[in-house]
Design a protein around this ligand. Structure first.
Ligand code: ADE
Ligand code: ZN
Length: 344
């Protein structure tokens, strides 16, 4: 599309909701809604330290990443059977469909489950089956296995070994959990092995951690995308590199708000990233915990920061370009995006 049409402000929310998009940063365990946590706890006979859905939801008042992770790992403890993983993923995929997500590249944290005695096969089986079924509702869904960075690199190697029998069921690996104090280089060897396996590589960097972690994710781990990356605006040389190399950043505005990375959504730096020519995208991270799925992220961020239809088009386009879909699929997504804007 050569020129994005002017869209009056009152029609922007409808366009944001309707435009085709890809979601590149969603932790499936972070889509587990309190209602489903309670249902699975009952189904599996797992005790949870909250009396009701409301009480659990009231605990979702976070001050930083770690305060969230503690509750997020506790919530995942209700997942035991392949069907539990299927139900969780299917619930997310239906939300994605409603938000006009054509493609979802979904993170999962196997170590959270294998540490509790759940087999890798159980986790992948349930998630993969949901991804297969999503094709029937028009969502292309793929899995990305994340290593927990607060654990050792040896633990990551063990996890990779357990996952390799299912190599055809995930397209890449990522790095998540507590960032500060766990720099990317801690996982240099295991990422090198993943690269040899032909897996796509991504890593969380510059969510709370310094720009130096973004540099080492690129130079040491050789990742293709940076998850979050919002701290890059502190480093002009890094900004220049990210723009020149068109490295996708999977930005998660509501997550950044809820984890106090920015005090107010109005102060989010998404516009600064886009204006500097970076390939930023909008994503939901852990929607059940942060108050919104993908369209909520678009709608609230645009309302708070005054972004316009040009930005919307660029963000959706960046999401397809930055995805790991084959080129022909990307062209198809892009054609659908252009069609949506042509009739806006
Ligand atoms: N795991 C789930 N959500 C995360 C986030 N925002 N940062 C790091 N690890 C995560
Ligand atoms: Zn994340």
């Amino acid at each position: 599309m050569t020129a994005v049409p002017h869209v009056p402000l009152d029609r922007l929310p409808a366009l944001l909701a309707a435009m085709p998009k890809a979601e590149l940063h969603i932790h499936i365990e972070g889509s587990l809604e309190p209602e489903l946590i309670f249902r699975l706890a009952q189904r599996n006979g797992v005790a949870i330290p909250y009396a009701s859905v409301e009480e659990l939801r009231r605990a979702y008042a976070f001050t930083n990443l770690q305060s969230f992770l503690d509750i997020y790992y506790a919530g995942a403890s209700v997942l035991l059977q392949a069907q539990d993983f299927y139900d969780m993923a299917w619930a997310y995929l239906q939300k994605a469909k409603a938000d006009n997500v054509l493609r979802a590249e979904i993170f999962f944290d196997p170590q959270t489950h294998t540490a509790r005695g759940v087999a890798m096969e159980t986790v992948i089986d349930g998630l993969y089956r949901a991804c297969q079924d999503a094709k029937r509702i028009g969502v292309d869904a793929e899995l990305i296995l994340c290593f927990l960075r607060h654990l050792s690199e040896e633990g990551a190697f063990d996890t990779l070994e357990q996952a390799l029998p299912f190599r055809d069921k995930f397209i890449g690996v990522g790095l998540d959990s507590s960032e500060v104090g766990h720099p990317p280089e801690k996982f240099a060897r295991v990422f090198a092995k993943c690269r040899q396996q032909g897996l796509h590589l991504v890593a969380h960097a510059g969510e709370e951690g310094p720009p130096a972690y973004i540099w080492s994710a690129l130079d040491v781990l050789k990742v293709e995308r940076i998850d979050h990356g919002v701290q890059s605006t502190k480093d002009p040389a890094l900004m220049k590199r990210l723009a020149q190399e068109r490295i996708p950043l999977t930005v998660c505005p509501l997550s950044n708000l809820k984890l106090c990375v920015f005090p107010r959504l109005e102060q989010h730096n998404l516009r600064e990233l886009l204006d500097a020519g970076l390939a930023a995208t909008v994503n939901s991270d852990d929607p059940a915990y942060f108050g919104g799925y993908l369209n909520d992220n678009f709608l609230q961020t645009f309302a708070a920061t005054g972004l316009d239809a040009q930005h919307a088009y660029r963000l959706a386009r960046n999401s397809f370009e930055g995805s790991f879909a084959p080129p022909s699929r990307k062209r198809d997504y892009m054609a659908q995006l252009d069609a949506a804007f042509a009739k806006a």
